[in-house]
Ligand binder design. Structure first.
Ligand code: FAD
Ligand code: 2HG
Ligand code: ZN
Length: 489
């Protein structure tokens, strides 16, 4: 029998006052109501069934929800939210649950609203390259669909087999192709969003240009489920490139990685579609985890770079790439390098880069810091953390989207413990703040970082964010305790 409880939490207002939202817990009557309009399979209450929804990918955050709702239509979502808003029932929207900052799981016993039954492709316009689909479509499925139409998704990431396009939008995920195709703020053309009170906001434009009033969809990109539930997405997809190349290079110092980047920007310019780096600890972790992969270069070095080119003319691109490789190798910037000679090699090189997270997750409790920094200072943070942590961590490594100024610092301990966290935080955030970087480059704020949001945003900006949150979700039912800090100055 479910008990009706009442949670109270405080939220700051622009005047330094604290408003208290009173939230309820799900009762038997609520479940009966949900079952009255949702199919039987759309209301999960069995404890076993709930486990994967209550736990995040890192196994760092654990919620205690007693019900997962799996709506099949936008109308279902609207009815659920209208009811929850009236009953003050808190709701966590959930996509593929691959969030790395604890945003996709409940903090307490919030209702989990899973979008995984809303996964239809709505339309594809081959002339404009515009795809419209439900928010619960898995990213990889969209890629497969588009491949047949000679198009690609403008976003790609290691979690593509599980993450939803709606989750990508809600997180404003960056990933491996941002360097070429820009952020979702540019490629997203429209959204369908259900607001906290059940209102369906139809912003499903397929137009590239539309300056009529405020561009409301932008508000929901990166809002992490706190402003509305995304149910539909309209996105601009680029044509598939005829010529794709990938190279794996090794370097002895971080300075050489930077010089390679500088050279690649000059020499590969318009054909470069990704520039990623990893250190030898990151590579060692993947090689230890994926027995089918080998180090592409003969000798292990301190750093590696993955560069991808995509263009329309194979000969032209290869000529450019070879000239670039000769230059960086001739100048001694690169120690060794491999150009993928087959589709398999191409995939294997990308698998090395994309599997780093998964391999580290298998080793222990991973503390992740996803930061934007001036490229010249990026690896100093990894070195400083190595010194600070000493032999206490199992692995400390750095990798990421260096072409976009985005470092992933990962520190692995045997378990999640306060004493480990205290070695790393607030040190990392203060370090990043001093360099005028961002404490979250692409993974968002979630439940992990509301307290450190002020390191990258002014209190004036945070107060405006709170004003927007209060306007769209006055009862605070959408993803409570996420993104905005409890106390606002
Ligand atoms: P979830 O994890 O389910 O949710 C993410 C957030 O969005 C939560 O706050 C949730 O409440 C909210 N949300 C989800 N769906 C909706 C919706 N329909 N409406 C409103 N709110 C919603 N991120 C990057 O930026 N770049 C990367 O390269 C990258 N690589 C990754 C690799 C791995 C192996 C993993 C595990 C994660 C990676 N991530 C990366 C992190 C993560 O942001 C992405 O995987 C993805 O964008 C999350 O999508 P999801 O569907 O799993 O969303
Ligand atoms: C990546 O770029 C992802 O591989 C995950 O953003 C980074 O796990 C991480 O820290
Ligand atoms: Zn990343």
């Amino acid at each position: 029998m479910l008990q009706s409880l009442s949670h109270h939490f405080k939220c700051g207002s622009s005047f330094g006052l604290f408003l208290s939202h009173s939230l309820s817990s799900v009762s038997e009557e609520d479940l009966t109501h949900f079952r009255s309009f949702l199919p039987k399979s759309a209301v999960l209450t069995d404890a076993e069934d709930l486990i994967p929804f209550n736990e995040d990918w890192l196994k760092k955050y654990h919620g205690n929800s007693r019900v997962v709702l799996r709506p099949k239509t936008t109308e279902h979502v609207s009815k659920i939210l209208k009811y929850c808003n009236e009953r003050r029932l808190p709701v966590v929207p959930q996509g593929g649950n691959t969030c790395l900052v604890g945003g996709s799981v409940p903090v307490k016993d919030e209702i989990i609203l899973s979008l995984n039954s809303m996964n239809s492709i709505r339309s594809f316009d081959p002339h404009a390259g515009v795809l419209t689909c439900d928010a619960g479509c898995v990213l990889e499925n969209l890629e497969v669909f588009l491949a047949e139409k000679d198009h690609i998704m403008p976003i790609d990431l290691g979690a593509k087999g599980s993450c939803h396009i709606g989750g990508n939008v809600a997180a404003n995920a960056g990933g491996l192709r941002l360097l070429r195709y820009g952020s979702l703020h540019g490629s997203l053309l429209g959204l369908e969003v259900v607001l906290a009170d059940g209102t369906v906001l139809n912003e499903m434009s397929t137009l590239r240009k539309d300056n009529t009033g405020y561009d409301l969809k932008q508000l929901f990109i990166g809002s992490e489920g706190t402003l509305g539930v995304i149910t539909g997405v309209s996105i601009l997809t680029p044509p598939k490139s005829n010529a794709m190349n990938v190279v794996f290079l090794s370097c002895d110092s971080y300075d050489q990685v930077l010089r390679t980047l500088e050279m690649a920007k000059k020499r590969l310019g318009e054909v470069m579609s990704a520039f990623e780096f990893l250190d030898d600890d990151a590579l060692g972790s993947v090689l230890g985890h994926m027995s089918n992969l080998v180090c592409p270069v003969e000798e292990r070095r301190s750093f590696y770079v993955v560069i991808e080119t995509s263009g329309s003319n194979k000969d032209h691109d290869e000529e450019k790439l070879m000239a670039f490789l000769e230059e960086v190798m001739g100048d001694g910037i690169i120690a060794d390098g491999v150009l993928a000679q087959s589709e398999t090699q191409f995939k294997d090189i990308w698998a090395l880069r994309e599997s780093i997270s998964e391999s580290l997750n298998k080793k222990g409790a991973v503390y992740k810091y996803d930061v934007s920094l001036p490229q010249s200072r990026m690896y100093d943070l990894v070195e400083d953390i190595r010194k600070r942590v000493g032999s206490q961590s199992l692995i400390t490594c750095g990798y990421g989207h260096i072409g976009d100024g985005n470092l992933h610092l990962n520190v692995v301990f045997p378990s999640f413990e306060k004493k480990h966290e205290e070695i790393l935080e607030p040190f990392v955030y203060e370090w990043v703040s001093k360099e005028h970087g961002s404490v979250s480059a692409e993974h968002g704020i979630g439940y992990m970082k509301p307290k450190v949001l002020h390191h990258s945003k002014t209190w004036e900006s945070i107060r405006v964010m709170k004003t927007i949150k209060d306007a769209l979700d006055p009862n605070g039912i959408l993803n409570p305790w996420k993104v905005l800090p409890e106390k606002i100055q």
